[in-house]
Design a protein around this ligand. Structure first.
Ligand code: BGC
Length: 602
């Protein structure tokens, strides 16, 4: 039974056919006074509304917008309220900018640390990724903006992204690569979903009856509409037949003609076309595209505050030898590193935000009560070590008590459309760490990167604080953690292996031929390192605090698990309780333990 039968009856075959693809880069198709056009914009980290020339690679300009921390960053908060706030702020900003649908969140599984879009995704763990995405979706949709979880599914490499076939067994597909979407759909009830470019087991996801009908609609109860990734329609008719509702960007006239011909030649049942139109109209006709939003204005300060809070709660303290942190007001700090003046705070590609209000470590130090001995660039963003810059950095360092060195991955290391080549940091930055670590001053490394790096230098430095890609307000948030105004509460949402050589089947990633074999099956991330009992640099869920916590009275009963957590240190702090389960005796090959719950505070 069609919900919009009365309208669909009035539409001509031409109009129904045209509705199956968009008009131009960002708009869905409108039918006179009956169906409004929706405006769709990226993306997960902030809005990329292109009113001029459009593209899906982040090349042409977009309107200024709030840049929130990237999903890889937000995931470290393990905090559902925080991510829901970000979602809400995104939804509001969208409504004020007349964007009806936000193309995010991205929640693909971080199968390998070199995945080029890992910075845009949450975790190697499907439960955590699904929970966080679900709450972001809820936030975005709170005011009627449509969220678009992406990319459905098994889309974990960028190399050959439009011509790659993910070969994965059904159990792994379900336990790892679909559980994230299942949870996100149940918790967030998204009104749309974006298919991925790749094939799964030989069928393009956008044409897969198994994925779109059997699993997405029947099993997961998804009741929104399905949109392709940009240019991700392989066979338009097969897409419509199997459950895809909208091809983006628009296919113009040829798209509609193809559908009309398929119906007229009996290759596409018109009842199926009506069904797809109905699914799409259910969403369009209840969307904000049907209303005028003149009264809605963005409160940019509020948006910045949301970005700031999210960054604050996502920072992870990885090392703090002899309590070098927090810094006191008397500490004279040498601030070193190009990123401290020109932050690395977001990724590249379709998620690129034209940031409205960017903070830097250099400019915000004073406001956070930090006494700077000075700033030195230390290294060039791209290229070789520069002896003059190193000398200048060392000169500054010796005039200070503590060096705060901001290093990480540069823009060319992490981007949509390509995978990383290795897990190393740029050699010139590593050399600077070595040089500064030879001085008497304490060395605090602040990392800015959207995915794991090797840290062969870890023993030589006193502290490491990971800000990931903190968005526009990440710098101020970082000072709050460095000075102890906020006690760090972030926990890693992915494993940091000792070196890339430890990654299962790492030498086969990314696949350079059509087939990408998911040979490690369920043993992705910590599921592998635990089972193989392999030492890692930092485990999944790791993060230090300026205080300590004790756990007592663990009890397991039919209602769940309870534990008493006490702050046993000197300062206030937040603990992230993580519940994992495993099976002591089992005949089935399974991970040693799996994350199954986030805390509910009593
Ligand atoms: C990306 C999507 C994005 C779309 C529109 C594609 O290249 O894979 O994530 O939403 O472009 O910009």
């Amino acid at each position: 039974m069609l919900k919009n039968a009365a309208i669909i009856k009035k539409l001509t075959l031409e109009q129904k056919a045209a509705l199956m693809s968009g008009q131009g880069e960002w708009k869905s198709y409108a039918v006179n006074n009956q169906v409004p056009a929706m405006f769709l914009s990226d993306g997960p980290l902030g809005l990329r509304k292109q009113s001029g020339a459009g593209d899906h690679l982040g090349l042409n300009g977009s309107e200024p917008a709030t840049c929130f921390p990237s999903s890889a960053t937000l995931a470290n908060s393990w905090n559902l309220e925080v991510v829901e706030d970000v979602g809400q702020a995104l939804g509001k900003e969208a409504q004020a900018l007349d964007v009806h649908q936000v193309l995010g969140p991205g929640l693909n599984i971080k199968r390998n640390p070199l995945g080029g879009r890992n910075f845009e995704y949450y975790s190697e763990d499907p439960y955590l990724a699904g929970k966080l995405a679900g709450r972001v979706i809820r936030g975005i949709q709170a005011n009627g903006t449509i969220a678009t979880p992406k990319h459905f599914a098994v889309n974990s490499q960028e190399t050959r992204r439009m011509a790659s076939n993910s070969v994965v067994d059904e159990r792994t597909l379900r336990e790892i690569y679909l559980t994230n979407f299942e949870i996100a759909i149940q918790e967030g009830n998204p009104k749309s979903i974006m298919t991925s470019y790749n094939e799964v087991n030989g069928t393009y996801t956008n044409e897969s009856h198994h994925l779109l009908q059997d699993i997405l609609r029947q099993e997961f109860g998804f009741d929104g509409y399905v949109v392709t990734d940009w240019g991700g329609d392989n066979d338009h008719i097969a897409g419509i037949k199997n459950g895809s509702n909208l091809v983006m960007p628009g296919l113009k006239q040829p798209g509609a003609r193809e559908v009309i011909a398929a119906v007229q030649e009996g290759r596409l049942d018109e009842a199926v076309l009506d069904q797809r139109v109905d699914e799409l109209l259910n969403v369009v006709l209840s969307s904000n595209a049907t209303k005028k939003n003149d009264a809605i204005k963005v409160d940019w300060d509020h948006q910045h505050q949301v970005a700031y809070q999210a960054a604050l709660k996502s920072i992870v303290l990885l090392k703090n030898e002899a309590d070098v942190l927090p810094l006191t007001q008397e500490t004279r700090v040498a601030l070193i590193g190009d990123f401290a003046a020109n932050p690395r705070y977001q990724g590249a590609g379709s998620s690129l935000v034209n940031t409205k209000n960017l903070e830097t470590l250099k400019d915000t130090a004073q406001a956070h009560g930090v006494t700077l001995a000075g700033y030195a660039q230390g290294y060039k963003r791209v290229g070789q070590s520069d002896p003059a810059l190193i000398a200048e950095a060392k000169d500054l360092a010796i005039k200070s008590d503590v060096v705060v060195l901001n290093v990480g991955l540069n823009e060319v290391s992490e981007s949509e459309g390509m995978d990383r080549k290795d897990m190393t940091m740029p050699a010139n930055q590593v050399e600077l760490i070595q040089e500064l670590s030879q001085l008497d001053q304490k060395l605090v490394v602040v990392l800015s990167a959207g995915s794991p790096v090797e840290m062969p230098w870890l023993d030589r430095v006193d502290a490491v604080v990971h800000g990931y890609l903190g968005g526009e307000a990440g710098a101020g948030a970082m000072w709050e953690v460095l000075t102890g105004a906020y006690n760090p509460s972030g926990r890693l949402a992915e494993t940091y292996p000792m070196s890339y050589a430890d990654v299962p089947f790492g030498e086969e990633f990314p696949a350079h031929r059509r087939n990408s074999y998911y040979k490690e099956s369920l043993f992705v991330g910590y599921r592998y390192y635990d089972k193989a009992q392999k030492a890692v640099r930092f485990p999944f869920g790791f993060g230090l605090s300026y205080t300590s916590f004790t756990y007592d009275n663990l009890s397991v009963n039919d209602q769940g698990v309870e534990v008493k957590v006490t702050n046993s240190g000197q300062v206030a702090g937040t603990e992230t309780v993580q519940l994992y389960i495993g099976k002591a005796e089992t005949n089935i090959l399974r991970p040693a333990k799996e994350l199954k719950a986030l805390p509910k505070l009593a």
